[in-house]
Structures are given as structure tokens and as C-alpha cells.
Write a protein that binds this ligand. Structure first.
Ligand SMILES: *[C@@H]1O[C@H](CO)[C@@H](O)[C@H](O)[C@H]1NC(C)=O
Length: 403
């Protein structure tokens, strides 16, 4: 007691300086408490009410997109290289429908089957407007989330055709490199002129860049090991992947019967990368080089999957997604209409997805997604369509079972 008293008197003895500072401090605290715009001990209800008001304001002032819905989705391309140059924001292709209170009008698809049905059966509200799946929403994953999805697998393998699947795999790379300007391409292969020319949509549509039928001017990335190589070369770096832990690549098939060398390429990938009990998902697309012949396309489907089966007998460890063709663009040359016109393409899509399902495969049709999208010639869509398709494939991958 004595000690405390002593301390107190010592404190008081220090003079009025302390008393004045105490009063000043008290007055300051009082004023701060009375006039501060956000008091620190705001209640939960008040915070919620404030955020409701903020959201309401955001909704009221939000721009209306091409699809007539207000754009409130996050722009996932904000920190992508080339987003401004290519004039693309993710909200231009992905704009989930919202209620007036800002919540989702339709829930996210709650199963893999519903997701694929919704993605295959959706539509656009106007030409080139964002594509809306039927009945439920899909997600737009960030590159970091895509990395977590890929980590669930030993490898991810695209098997398809130049001018169809190669564009989609190109866009897949663009997403993982956060690079919209030339993320689909082996930029280190390009000379200065090509570097200028092969940017944004031109990556996909210019035959000197990626989109070629002969493969001669094909600068699309073929597999994920190429990016590592480029990185090691130092000066030729360009954009590395956000993550590069899981092998992914594309094997191009363009003959029926499937060439022996193609089957060996598939063998080699399975032997090299399928080392654990994690699955190797396969994205399979075929048709254009076979004139969309049903039986020949089925033969390729069977030959390729038989080869994979010889390495991995358990279908759970080698899930297959059969990818239907895109619709014919409205600028398709008349000569190609009979074989590849939209009527033929729709029938091909329906029949082949039935055959694929009979074999236990998942299916995703791109017909409805491309029906109202701008295309150069029906086989070469720009970045929008390829990026959207690549994101749909990531949605499928996120739903595939893993360990
Ligand atoms: C396109 O969408 C419609 C309506 O949802 C659906 O019936 C049709 O099967 C879809 N087409 C393809 C090729 O999947």
C-alpha cells in the first residue's frame, strides 16, 4: 500500500504537464468518439447494413453488359499481360446472372453431370454476348485456383486436331501464363515481325501464328515442358506459368487409322508422367480432318482410348472428356457448307456424344456456345471462344475425382 501511494504522489508531483496532457487526450478521445465516421466498435448488424448499402450502390451504378445483365463479376484478367491491349476483360465472356440484391440468380452447378449439361445446352443473349449455361452457373477460376485443380492429377492430356483443339490448348496456356497477348504461343520462336503480328486474337486466327491446318506456321505451345526450357534459356523467357508442377500437353491426331507414331507419343507421355495413383484426365476432340464422318471419328476415339487403357486399366484413373466441335461460323465458305454446315455439325455433336457416353466418357458440346459467336471461318474463333472453352475444361477438371 505504502509503495503504491508513494508511486502515486511521485506521479502527481511531476506537475501539471501530465494533468494537461491527460485532459487533452480525454477531449481528443471524446471528439474522436463523437465525430469519427466509423467508430471502431461498430456492431455486426451495422457493418452488414453498410455493406448492403455499398453493394446497392455498386449494383445501381454498374454498367450493363452486352447480354443485358449488369456487370458485377470480378475481372479476372485485370492482372493479365495484354488485357488492355487486347481489349478483353473476363466479364466480357463471363457474366453470371445476379438478382437485384447482388446474389446469384441461379446456383453453381452442383454435380459434374449437371455442369456438362448446362455448359452444352446454354446460349447467348445476342451476338458475341457472354455465354450463359443452361439452368446453373459455372465458375471462372483464377490462375492460382487452376493450379490447385491441376495439382490433383499426374498429368492432363489433350488429344485432338490443329485448328480445333490446338486453339483451346493454346488458350489453356494463356490462362496459366496470365498472358492474353501471346500466352498461347512459343514466343521465343517468333521473329520480330511475327511478334508484332501474332498478338491477341491473331494468335488464334493468323495462319502465321497459331491457327494453321498444315502445321507449318504453327507456333502454339505443345506441352508444359517447353515453357521450362524457355525459362532456362534466360533471355527468351517470356511469360512462365503461374505454376508448372503437373505435366500438360497436346497430341495432335490427324489421320484415321491413327498413325503409329501418334500412339507411341501417347504411350511415352503415360509412361513418363503417370507415376502415382492420381488420375490422368484426357480431353479428346476429333472430326474436322475426317470431314465430320461419324464412324471414322468413332474409330479414332476407340484407337486412342484403347492405347491409354493399355497403360491404365481403371477408367477412374483416366477420365475422358469428349469435346464436340464448334458451330460453323456465319462466314464459312459456301463450298464447305454441306459437309460442315451447322445441321451436319449438330447431328455430329449429338451422335458422337451419345457414342462417347456409351463408352463411359463425359461429354461437352461447344455447338451452342459458338452458335452466336463471331468466327473468322467457323473453325477459327478468336480468343474469347478459346478462353471460354479452356475455362469450361477447368470446370470439368475441378469436378473429376481424384485422391
Ligand atoms: C444445344 O442446346 C439445346 C437446348 O439446351 C440442347 O437441346 C441441344 O442438345 C444442344 N446442342 C448440342 C449439340 O449439345
Amino acid at each position: 500500500m505504502a509503495k503504491q501511494g508513494a508511486t502515486f504522489s511521485a506521479f502527481a508531483a511531476q506537475g501539471s504537464v501530465y494533468r494537461i496532457s491527460a485532459v487533452v487526450l480525454f477531449v481528443w478521445a471524446l471528439l474522436h468518439f463523437l465525430f469519427s465516421p466509423s467508430t471502431p466498435n461498430i456492431s455486426n448488424e451495422e457493418a452488414q447494413a453498410a455493406s448492403r448499402v455499398a453493394l446497392q450502390h455498386k449494383i445501381e451504378t454498374a454498367q450493363v453488359g452486352e447480354d443485358g445483365f449488369k456487370i458485377l463479376a470480378k475481372d479476372y484478367f485485370e492482372d493479365f499481360y495484354g488485357a488492355q491491349e487486347c481489349k478483353i476483360s473476363s466479364t466480357r465472356v463471363y457474366n453470371p446472372m445476379l438478382k437485384s440484391d447482388g446474389s446469384l440468380m441461379r446456383p453453381y452447378c452442383d454435380s459434374k453431370a449437371k455442369l456438362l449439361d448446362a455448359l452444352s445446352g446454354g446460349g447467348r443473349v445476342g451476338f458475341n454476348a457472354p455465354y450463359h449455361p443452361r439452368d446453373c452457373e459455372y465458375r471462372w477460376f483464377s490462375a492460382e485456383e487452376a493450379c490447385m485443380i491441376l495439382d490433383r492429377f499426374d498429368a492432363v492430356l489433350f488429344i485432338g486436331e490443329p485448328r480445333m483443339t490446338a486453339n483451346i490448348y493454346g488458350a489453356f496456356n494463356s490462362l496459366l501464363r496470365k498472358n492474353l497477348a501471346w500466352g498461347a504461343l512459343k514466343n521465343w520462336e517468333l521473329n520480330e515481325q511475327q511478334r508484332q503480328r501474332c498478338r491477341c486474337d491473331a494468335q488464334y486466327t493468323n495462319p502465321q501464328c497459331g491457327g494453321t491446318s498444315t502445321g507449318s506456321g504453327d507456333h502454339f505451345i505443345v506441352d508444359s515442358t517447353e515453357i521450362l526450357d524457355a525459362k532456362e534459356e534466360g533471355t527468351k523467357t517470356g511469360a512462365p506459368y503461374v505454376c508448372n508442377r503437373v505435366f500438360h500437353g497436346i497430341v495432335n491426331v490427324n489421320s484415321e487409322p491413327v498413325a503409329q507414331s501418334t500412339l507411341e507419343e501417347i504411350d511415352e507421355i503415360m509412361t513418363t508422367y503417370h507415376k502415382t495413383a492420381k488420375p490422368v484426365p484426357i480431353i479428346l476432340q476429333q472430326g474436322l480432318s475426317l470431314g465430320f464422318n461419324w464412324d471414322r471419328s468413332t474409330k479414332v476415339m476407340d484407337a486412342v482410348t484403347k492405347q491409354i487403357e493399355s497403360h491404365e486399366p481403371n477408367p477412374v484413373h483416366r477420365p475422358v472428356l469428349w469435346l464436340g466441335p464448334q458451330a460453323a461460323g456465319h462466314l464459312k465458305p459456301p463450298g464447305a457448307i454441306i459437309e460442315q454446315g451447322n445441321n451436319a455439325l449438330h447431328h455430329f455433336s449429338i451422335e458422337l456424344s451419345k457414342r462417347a457416353r456409351d463408352r463411359g466418357f463425359d461429354t461437352l458440346n461447344l455447338y451452342n456456345m459458338t452458335l452466336q459467336a463471331d468466327s473468322f471461318d467457323g473453325t477459327m474463333y478468336g480468343g474469347d471462344v478459346s478462353l471460354t472453352t479452356a475455362m469450361m475444361i477447368l470446370n470439368w477438371l475441378s469436378r473429376v475425382e481424384s485422391l
